[in-house]
Design a protein around this ligand. Sequence first.
Ligand code: ADP
Ligand code: ZN
Ligand code: ZN
Length: 747
Amino acid sequence: MLYADIIVDISNENLDKTYQYSIPAHLEEKAVIGAPVIIPFGKGNRTIKGYILSVSETPKIKEEFIKPIESVPESGLAIEGQLIALAGWIKEHYGGTMNDALRTVIPVKQSVKATVKRTIYLNVSNEEGVIALEEAERKNYKAKARFLKAVVNKGEIDYEVTVKQLFVPLSTLNSLAKAGIIRIEENRVYRNPIKTIQKEEKKIVLNDNQQEIVSSVLADYDLGIRKTYLIHGVTGSGKTEVYLDIIEGVIRHGKQVIMLIPEIALTFQTVSRFYRRFGDRIAILNSKMSKGERYDQSLRAKNGEIDIMIGPRSALFTPFQNLGLIIIDEEHEGSYKSEMPPKYHAREVAVKRAKDVNASVVLGSATPSLEAYLAAKNGEYELFKLSERAKGATMPDVHIVDLREELKNKNKSMFSGLLRELILDRLDKKEQIMLFLNRRGYAGFVSCRSCGYVMKCSHCDISLTSHNNGTLQCHYCGAAQTMPKVCPKCGSKYIAAFGTGTQKVEEMVKREFPQARVLRMDADTTKTKNSHEEILAAFANGNADILIGTQMIVKGHDFSNVTLVGILAADLSLYASDYRAGERTFQLLAQASGRAGRGNKPGEVVIQTYQPDHYAITAAAEEDYEQFFSKEMNYRKMLKYPPASHIMAVLLVSKDEKKVEMAGKLLSGAADEWLRRTGVREETDIIGPSFANLAKANDFFRMVLYVKQQKYDILTGLKDFLEEYRLVSSYFEAINVSYDFDPMNGY
Ligand code: ADP
Ligand code: ZN
Ligand code: ZN
C-alpha cells in the first residue's frame, strides 16, 4: 500500500501541515508529487482539493484511520502542482527537506501591508517658487534647480520620481522642506515600484549580429522548438536589447516571461529600460520588499495581470500559468546559487522548469560560467556570440602592471607609475575614472609584524577587519572590539592593519590627487536604502571625477564619460581557497575592464598585480575567453572539479567540537561503505572530513566532507543514504548536516 502526504492550503504559512491519505491501487500511476487530488476531509468528509507533497510506504498513524484519496482530476498540473513537483525535484537534486524546498518555490500569503506613496507639494506661491528656482540657478545648485524646475507651475511632483529619475539628493529635499518651500505628504497605496515611466516606441535598430540571434530564437519558437541558448556577448555588445526583442516575440504567443538579473545589477537604469518597452505589464521583485509585497507581485503574475517578472534568483518561481521563456542575464553570477538549503542553482532549476512546461531558456554573459560554456560546446545549449560593442565603441586598451617591479623601482604607493600618469591625464581632460579594489577572499586584517599573530574573531575564527574609527570588526557576525595598542600575544607595539580597504584607497587618492572629487561605494557607504542609487546617480551626473569601489561598481552600469578603469590589486581573488578562484578573478577583471570606454571616447584599463603571468589575468587582459576556458578546463579536469566532475560537499555544524568531529568520521565511513556496496568506490574520491576553512562561525564548529564523482545521480543516491543513516543514529541529534552540490564557494 502507498500513502500520500497531502497539503490542503499551500498559501498557508504552515507548509508542513500535511495529512496522510492512502492511494487506491487504480490511482497509483497518477498520484505523483504535485498532483492535485480530491479528498474527503474532516469529520463530515466534505470533499476538498489538495496536492500531493510526497509518497511513501509507511503509514504514520494506524491504518484503519487513514482515508483513501477519492480521485485525481485529469486536468494537467495547475501552477501550484507544477511548483510542488519542482520543489520535489529540488529536494531530490540538492538535498534539504521538502519543507525547505516548498518555502523556496511557493509564495506564502501574508496580509499585504499597504506601502506609502509620497508626494511633494510646493508650499509657497508659484512666484516664490520661480524666485527660488532663479536663485538656485544663479548659485549653480544643479540638483535644486532641476527639482524646482520640475515642480513650479505644476505645484506637485511624485517623490519617487524626484529621487530616482531627477536624482535629487535627500539632503536637498530636506533643506527645502526646512525652509518651508516644499512639504512632503504621504498617502497609502499598493506598491508598483516605478509606474511613472511612460512606455515609449522602440528606437534602437538591432545590428546584424543582434538581429540574427533574435530571428533564430524566435524562428525556433514559432516552430515549437524549445531549448536553452547561451549568448556570449562582450560587455556593451547589446545583449539586453536582444533580450527585449526576444521577450516581445514570446509575449506575442500569449506566453509569459521571467527575467533574472543579479540583485546588484537590478538598478533603476536597467529596470527602466524594460518599463519603457513594456509599460506596466511588468512586475519587479527584490530582496528589500516585504513578504507581503512579494506575495502581491506573485498574485499579479498568477492572475495574468503581468507578462514579465524581473528579479533576482527567487523570481524564478513566479507562478505564471503560461510560462514561455526564462532569461538569465549575467548567468555566471555566484548569486544565482542559493546559500541556504536547498542550495539550488537558478540556471539548473530554470532549465528544469522550462523543460517541464515546454518553455525556452536564454542565458547571457560576457564571461560565461564554465558549466554553461561547456554545455554549449557539447551541443546541449545553442551558442551565440556578440564580439563587438553595439554602439561602435571599441574595447578598451588593457595594460598589466607588475607590482613587484614597482617596488623594485622604489614606488611604494598603491598607484603604479602608469596608473598615476593616466589618472592625472583624465583629471586634466575632465573624464571620469573608476578605481576598483578587488576584495574577494581578503580582508584588511590586523597582524603583528613582530610575531605574525593575526587578530581573529573569537566566535568565528576569521580575521577581523580594521575600520577608520579605530575598531576591529568581524564581517561575518558583526562583533566589534577596539584596536589593541600592543600585540596580545608578544606585547610588541608593531601591530597594525595590513592591506588595503576602500577607505584607505580614498585617503590615498585624496592625498595624491587633491584636485579630484571622489566618491566611494562599498558596504559601509551603501547601508541605507537608496544610497546605492544615489552614489551612482551622483557619479553619472558628473558630481565626482573618481568612483572608488569594490565588486559593487563593476556591474551593469553604463557611464559614458568613464575612460579609465584602474584595478588596484587584481590577484587578491586568486588567493581565495576554492576551485573557482581563477574563474572569479577572470570574471571580475573582464567585467571591470568592461566599464571603460562605454561612450564614444575610447577607454583604458590598468590591471595592477603581483602575478602578471597567471592565465586568468593575461586572458582577461587580452579579452580572450576561449584561452581562459581551455586552460581552466584543463585544471578542472586534472583535479576533477566541476564541470569536469561533480562534487558534493557535506557540511556538519554543531556547538560541540568533539561531537562534530566524530560525526564527520562516522559519515565518511558510512559513505565509503555505501560507495563500495554500490560498486563505485574506485571511481569516487572522498576528501576529508576536516574542519572547514571557516572552522568556527557564531560559536558553531564546522566540518566538511567532499565527495567527487562523475555521475550526479550517484551523489544524490549517496546523499539519500546519508540522510537515512543520520536518522537512525542518535549521535547526530545535535548536529546539523547540509549538502551543497558543485559549491560556488569553499567551506
Ligand atoms: P549588454 O547588456 O551586452 O552589456 P546593452 O544591451 O546594455 O549591452 O547595450 C549597451 C549599450 O548599447 C546600451 O546603451 C544600448 O542602448 C546600446 N545599444 C545596444 N544595441 C544597440 C544598437 N543596435 N544600436 C545602437 N545602440 C545599441
Ligand atoms: Zn606579536
Ligand atoms: Zn564573528
